[in-house]
Design a protein. Structure first.
Length: 117
């Protein structure tokens, strides 16, 4: 995994997910237990274990971890009308539910470290 990491950000009519190979998640120090139950995990068409990180919490967790690992995350957008097939993938059952205080700290860390700048 090089310094720049490029992914696809999938959007349907109601939500969005960042498609990340599971190996890349681990390479920035994350496991399925460190992200929420709102993300999905499956094996993609290329037979690569893949996580679809939900846009509200898990993308921020991933981008913060990547920045701290010295990686730059870029992505292209893929719009899907209606409901995405991602919604039919297995949910991350190893994930956690975040308390509001944890979410505030996550967003503050992202702001301080310029994750979304």
């Amino acid at each position: 995994m090089g310094k720049e990491m490029n992914y696809t950000f999938h959007h349907d009519d109601g939500h969005g997910w960042l498609e990340v190979p599971f190996a890349d998640l681990m390479n920035v120090g994350l496991t399925l237990s460190k992200i929420s139950t709102y993300s999905y995990a499956t094996v993609n068409k290329s037979y690569i274990p893949t996580v679809y990180l939900e846009e509200d919490i898990d993308v921020a967790i991933f981008m913060l971890a990547a920045k701290r690992a010295g990686k730059k995350v870029t992505f292209t957008h893929k719009e899907v009308p209606g409901s995405s097939v991602i919604r039919s993938y297995p949910r991350n059952t190893k994930g956690k539910r975040f308390e509001s205080g944890e979410l505030r700290m996550l967003m503050q860390a992202c702001e301080i470290e310029g994750v979304f700048a």
